[in-house]
Design a protein around this ligand. Structure first.
Ligand SMILES: [Zn+2]
Length: 294
């Protein structure tokens, strides 16, 4: 079998010589990716479902029929990128009080669900991007002992005091204490506002207004930009019918964010809503509860 790198080098030489000898060939090959140029960072993206919770749809879609119920998907999203970088978007929940209160079905601790899904151990996760401070997205942040935790500076400052206390009841007291502790240990990076590239090929955006400074994530993949909306768009129905999420501090801002997600992704097919079980119908299934997004 040919060594792929050597073959690539030879191919580069051949193409280079042809381009020199036959300038007209350039017009034919223009637009094709140059094999010898460094590739932009590309990530592969999986959705991993770690539980289901029955939920009233009117709590997700403004104005929905109050009799509608849906088993919503509790997910984390795994990004595998350049070198050995492995990020997750949101961290799920695991504290006993949440399990007792919400009685999730088919529950697996998020760290264990990720390991079972993709063979990634908790200690291998290098980055955890928290979309917002709600318990079902942020509680699991301390399951990943080596990870840098990314959240919006304003999201942190609005909810957590200088001593780790609760400033806004949107955050659970234990989640506040936990994030405060990780910050004191130097593992929290606070992102300063909208449209920030926090690692190569990964950008975060604000304006969804699910919480004070909730963010969503744009990831460069082999198929272009994928948007992980988290709760800034709970379900496909929000995006398809252009209806704000039911829990928002600013419906107009939320709708504007949904429009922007569509612009960034280029198509609704590349947006992943925060709790829609249809994610596992619309994307290829790798194994039960695991969908390949990119
Ligand atoms: Zn949620």
């Amino acid at each position: 079998m040919k060594h792929p790198r050597i073959a690539g080098l030879w191919w580069g030489v051949v193409v280079g010589l042809l381009a020199l000898a036959l300038p007209s060939l350039q017009s034919v090959t223009r637009g094709a990716p140059a094999p010898h140029l460094p590739q932009a960072a590309r990530w592969d993206v999986h959705a991993v479902r770690f539980a289901s919770i029955p939920f009233q749809v009117s709590g997700l879609i403004q104005g929905a029929d109050p009799s509608r119920r849906l088993d919503i998907a509790m997910m984390v999203w795994v990004l595998r990128g350049p070198n050995t970088r492995v990020a997750i978007v949101d961290s799920g929940f695991y504290r006993e009080k949440f399990i007792t209160r919400w009685k999730p079905a088919d529950y697996h601790k998020p760290s264990e669900a990720v390991q079972a899904a993709l063979g990634i151990e908790p200690g291998q996760i290098t980055d955890v991007i928290i979309s917002h401070i709600h318990w079902d997205h942020a509680d699991g942040a301390d399951l990943f002992p080596n990870a840098r935790i990314w959240l919006q500076k304003e999201e942190y400052a609005h909810h957590i005091s200088d001593t780790g206390g609760v400033l806004d009841r949107a955050i659970d007291a234990d989640v506040a204490t936990m994030l405060y502790g990780i910050k004191a240990a130097g593992r929290v990076s606070l992102v300063d506002g909208d449209d920030q590239e926090i690692m190569p090929g990964v950008r975060v955006y604000t304006g969804g207004k699910h919480t004070f400074a909730s963010q969503y994530v744009g990831v460069q993949t082999r198929s272009g930009t994928v948007i992980l909306a988290s709760d800034n768009a709970y379900l496909y129905e929000n995006l398809e019918k252009k209806i704000p999420i039911a829990q928002t501090l600013d419906p107009a801002s939320n709708l504007a964010a949904q429009v922007r997600m569509l612009t960034l992704a280029g198509s609704l097919a590349k947006i992943v809503p925060g709790h829609d079980p249809a994610v596992f119908d619309r994307f290829p299934i790798v194994k039960p509860g695991v969908a390949r997004i990119d």
